[in-house]
Design a protein around this ligand. Structure first.
Ligand SMILES: Cc1cc2nc3c(=O)[nH]c(=O)nc-3n(C[C@H](O)[C@H](O)[C@H](O)COP(=O)(O)OP(=O)(O)OC[C@H]3O[C@@H](n4cnc5c(N)ncnc54)[C@H](O)[C@@H]3O)c2cc1C
Ligand code: SF4
Ligand code: SF4
Length: 629
């Protein structure tokens, strides 16, 4: 059993932190328990929360006297409470502070523990910077996951999403199922291609030139937004075609190339210049020689990570990216009849599914941990299994010989790390494909002053600028989730900051409106409406073709799905407030009969502040403000 104790002060969210750790462990299929011990509930008073995690049912209930790990949310408690009491020399300590153990006066104390298990993290500062609120619990839980390896960061993210679902705007999920906004967006994208919608620059030419390095989703997004903002954009792309991992990673059955080509074409039609087969080797030189005023780097992560597997002479070991990349060329990769894929992420699923389509009779994914701990999305694993991909959990490859692999069984230790058991088995395989993640090639930044690289990725500020003035970066090469959506978001955000930087007027994001949570809605006004299911290609037909698996919605289904939106916080002209006001103080504005947020006004000379309109508004669009007298 693993026992965690969290010390903090009332109001800092220690109880939430303990809950998040236990929910993350629960998501991973383990037993978990979280509970607080309040000496006092006053804001600022010392508070302790406890969390236990085990692979079997937990029957103990008492507070934890001898923890395996400690999280300290407020270092000022060091002088007030015996926070480290009962912790053994192998224990983990995570302290919320920008200072080191030495700077906190804990240098000698720390020498009694394993140094690799002690960390400080400026969680409050990070929370203030990224969330706009000094609430450090989620950051600390992420820090604890990274330090201890007890739970994965993916599970922590899932626990946070589950806990704050309402705050994250997922209100419909609490009623039945979240709105399939992706399928509605896809419908619009398909319409745009079908009907030839075009896009124009929204601002007059600025006279400034920006170099974008890399034509993946992040670079293309930056190019689009910078062009809309009036700048002259050139993309330098090392490869022979645009799209990055959308073309050379994500298989066709998930992203048809005619869709990708059409999207790229629409961006180029705005006037973006794309120079293919143009690898940037020194960014300062490219900026200087091209006369550019700023650069956005989005070179992705293309170097496959390797694992040392002793291989006999004819052991056929390939890497996932080379296999997927070669799918874009004329010659299909030779994988054989029995293919083993080593890894547990989405890339592993993509290669295994591709192998099946190429005719492999067996495609087996070998992964060191359990299904719950797999980084691959659930739907990816399910689709792979439907297509006949087999999984070998808790297994690692010890040796690769011609036609045969030696597999060692693993077991998870108390902290969730896979450990070898010494139990060996043989597995027949014509080829092994390694899908162990990717690193970034940062050689274009060598020798450039101010660039800060941490754990193989480039550090950027909140404005997406690197430590070098005028050089911005985003996508997979900066520390964040590695997805197309995040990369596209980085491109948009960076474009706004580059625009502000070029114009000498730093970009200030608009303040975000207050989030309307589930409890602010009157859900009985909404009809039951289960989520629209996107049609899928039959599993048998999937095995022999690269046809798209998940199809789009037709117009009536897309409209139905869009109408499932609860319009949280946005008036949709239902007239409820107009009908219920006892004093006829709600006025309909002339000429705004259709849905329009400005379609109503409240005549404050007649309003007596009874709050009926607020309580009867289905979507929480009206709030009461205290009057200044
Ligand atoms: C197999 C696989 C499947 C995936 N599936 C999904 C998925 O289903 N959904 C999802 O959201 N994400 C998925 N991802 C992740 C997603 O593809 C990436 O997060 C995303 O493409 C990153 O975008 P990017 O623009 O930062 O980099 P990339 O897409 O990698 O593009 C970088 C571009 O820069 C170019 N380049 C590199 N170096 C230079 C240089 N020095 N000079 C000029 N050009 C250069 C490259 O050629 C490339 O075109 C998947 C990734 C892989 C590998
Ligand atoms: S608070 Fe009462 S009186 Fe005022 S507008 Fe709303 S319903 Fe009418
Ligand atoms: S404010 Fe609310 S109640 Fe009034 S019309 Fe809009 S959605 Fe309906």
């Amino acid at each position: 059993m693993f026992q965690l104790r969290i010390h903090g002060r009332g109001g800092q969210g220690v109880v939430t932190a303990a809950e998040l750790v236990s929910v993350a462990a629960f998501i991973e299929g383990r037993h978990a328990q979280a509970f607080p011990s309040f000496g006092s509930e006053r804001t600022g008073a010392p508070v302790v929360a406890f969390c236990r995690i085990d692979d079997k049912e937990i029957r103990v209930r008492e507070p934890i006297a001898e923890p395996d790990a400690l999280i300290l949310q407020d270092p000022t408690l060091l002088h007030q409470v015996d926070v480290f009491g009962g912790l053994g020399p192998d224990g983990y300590i995570l302290i919320n502070s920008a200072r080191s153990f030495e700077e906190l006066g804990l240098g000698d104390f720390a020498d009694r523990f394993r140094r690799d298990r002690l960390r400080t993290v400026p969680a409050t500062d990070l929370a203030r910077e990224h969330l706009g609120r000094p609430i450090p619990n989620a950051v600390l839980v992420g820090g604890f996951a990274a330090l201890s390896g007890l739970i994965s960061l993916e599970s922590v993210a899932a626990a946070i999403r589950a806990k704050f679902a309402a705050k994250l705007g997922d209100n419909r999920a609490q009623l039945d199922e979240a709105v399939g906004i992706n399928s509605v967006e896809r419908f619009l994208g398909d319409q745009a291609i079908e009907q030839g919608w075009t896009m124009q620059a929204a601002a007059p030419p600025s006279g400034k030139r920006v170099l974008v390095v890399g034509a993946g989703p992040s670079g293309l997004s930056a190019a689009y937004h910078l062009t809309r903002l009036g700048h002259d954009v050139t993309i330098h792309e090392a490869g022979p075609m645009a799209g990055g991992m959308m073309r050379f990673g994500i298989p066709k059955y998930r992203l048809p190339r005619e869709v990708l080509d059409a999207e790229v074409e629409r961006i180029l039609a705005m006037g973006v210049r794309l120079e293919l087969d143009t690898k940037v080797t020194n960014i300062e030189q490219s900026l200087r020689e091209g006369g550019f005023d700023a650069a956005f780097l989005a070179v992705g992560a293309h170097i496959s990570k390797r694992a040392y597997i002793p291989a006999g002479e004819s052991g056929h070991i390939l890497d996932a990216l080379s296999v997927l990349r070669s799918m874009e060329g004329q010659e299909r990769p030779m994988l054989g009849r029995r293919v083993v894929v080593y890894g547990g992420g989405n890339t592993a699923m993509d290669v295994a599914r591709t192998a099946r389509r190429l005719g492999a009779e067996e495609a087996i994914v070998v992964y060191r941990r359990t299904r719950e701990r797999m980084p691959a999305h659930d739907f990816e694993v399910e689709e792979a299994e439907q297509e006949g991909v087999m999984m070998r959990w808790l297994s690692t490859i010890k040796q690769a010989n011609e036609g045969k692999l030696v597999i060692e069984k693993m077991e998870l230790d108390q902290t969730g790390f896979p450990q070898p058991t010494g139990e060996l088995e043989e597995l027949e395989a014509d080829s092994v494909v390694l899908a162990l993640g990717q690193d970034t090639d940062l050689s274009l930044l060598e020798g450039i002053a101010g660039i800060d690289v941490e754990e193989g990725v480039v550090e950027v500020g909140p404005n997406m600028m690197t430590g070098h003035e005028g050089i911005f970066a985003g996508g997979d090469m900066v520390p964040d989730e590695r997805t197309v959506t995040v990369g596209i978001g980085h491109g948009k955000k960076a474009a706004r900051h580059i625009d502000g930087w070029l114009r000498g007027k730093p970009y200030e994001p608009r303040p975000k409106p207050e989030v309307v949570t589930f409890d602010m809605l009157n859900t009985w006004y909404y009809a039951d409406a289960p989520r629209t299911v996107q049609p899928q290609l039959d599993p048998i037909r999937r095995q022999g073709t690269f046809d798209e698996v998940v199809h789009g919605l037709d117009e009536s289904n897309a409209l139905f799905e869009a109408r499932r939106c609860l319009s949280c916080g946005n008036c949709f002209s239902c007239d409820n407030c107009y009908g219920v006001c006892p004093d006829n103080a709600v006025l309909k504005l002339a000429g705004t009969a259709s849905a329009n947020v400005n379609g109503y006004a409240i005549d404050l000379d007649y309003c007596k502040g009874c709050g009926m309109c607020v309580s009867e508004c289905p979507c929480g669009a009206i709030t009461m403000e205290p009057e200044d007298i």
